[in-house]
Ligand binder design. Structure first.
Ligand SMILES: [Zn+2]
Length: 274
């Protein structure tokens, strides 16, 4: 599933292709559950004629700011990706939503597994979406003290806490595994037991793995593509994720796969000793 770096790259690659363009038609909506709000008639009525002002990211949402106070919020979930295609290009089978743009381009939401979601939000809706998520780990305001306050007095396992979007935004299974290895912390450790040194290491590790993944244009495990249809390269640089049985690059001990919070975790039993 795309996480913060992939969604960041999706937004960045989409921006120059849609900003300043107007939506001239809702050309296709073949998977109705994709649009969560408002109902489809209203969605069509409100979205046509709107101009894209800005594309950015919050947590794992791509946010497309429109004129008249509306924002199109898109969650890629398991397999979704956004792509802009020129006129006359054959649209792929899994494209369930197409917005026609004033320059002849078509913004397509391609989603093989159909878990992706779209919401058209007014200012209050956008504020609610923002409030439902914890701080952005790459924001300047995300300091070690902020992370310490998130971990304090919580007996939840580190892994579960870091995956919880209400506590901290944008992390998923890949980057939690990577950050915990880098910080030498075991995913099963209760959050409140991380000492100050551990918090500082984890803070630095989270930012490092996210920044490196963005520099590599995200991780493409299955379907992920940026908005030009290009794969990311970060999967070539994984530290522990999906590397069970391979030697830890720090100590040589084989990486182990365990299941925590119903998700695969990859840990070095020596460096991240439980
Ligand atoms: Zn190791």
């Amino acid at each position: 599933m795309p996480e913060l770096p992939e969604v960041e790259i999706a937004a960045r690659s989409l921006a120059p292709q849609v900003e300043g363009r107007t939506i001239v038609a809702l050309e296709r909506l073949t998977w109705e559950r994709m649009v969560e709000t408002p109902d489809h008639e209203r969605f069509r009525m409100l979205v046509v004629g709107r101009e894209f002002r800005r594309v950015y990211r919050r947590a794992k949402w791509v946010l497309l700011e429109l004129d008249a106070g509306w924002t199109l919020a898109i969650h890629l979930r398991m397999s979704g990706h956004l792509i802009v295609q020129g006129p006359g290009v054959e649209v792929r089978h899994h494209v369930h939503l197409i917005l026609q743009l004033s320059d002849g381009g078509r913004l397509c939401f391609d989603d093989e597994r159909k878990f992706g979601r779209v919401r058209l939000l007014d200012a209050a809706g956008l504020a609610a979406l923002d409030a439902a998520h914890g701080p952005e780990p790459l924001a300047e305001s995300f300091t070690p003290a902020v992370l310490a306050s998130i971990l304090a007095k919580r007996s939840t396992r580190l892994k579960s806490l870091l995956l919880d979007q209400r506590r901290i935004a944008g992390l998923g299974n890949i980057y939690v595994s990577e950050a915990l290895w880098l910080a030498r912390l075991h995913p099963r450790l209760p959050a409140e037991q991380v000492d100050f040194q551990g918090v500082t290491a984890l803070h630095s590790a989270i930012r490092t793995v996210l920044q490196q993944a963005i520099a590599h244009e995200g991780s493409s495990l299955r379907n992920y593509r940026n908005s030009y249809g290009r794969r990311g390269q970060n999967q070539e640089h994984f530290l522990v994720y999906d590397r069970a049985g391979q030697p830890c690059s720090r100590c040589g001990c084989p990486i182990e796969r365990t299941v925590i919070a119903q998700r695969s975790s990859f840990v070095c039993p020596t460096c991240q000793g439980a």
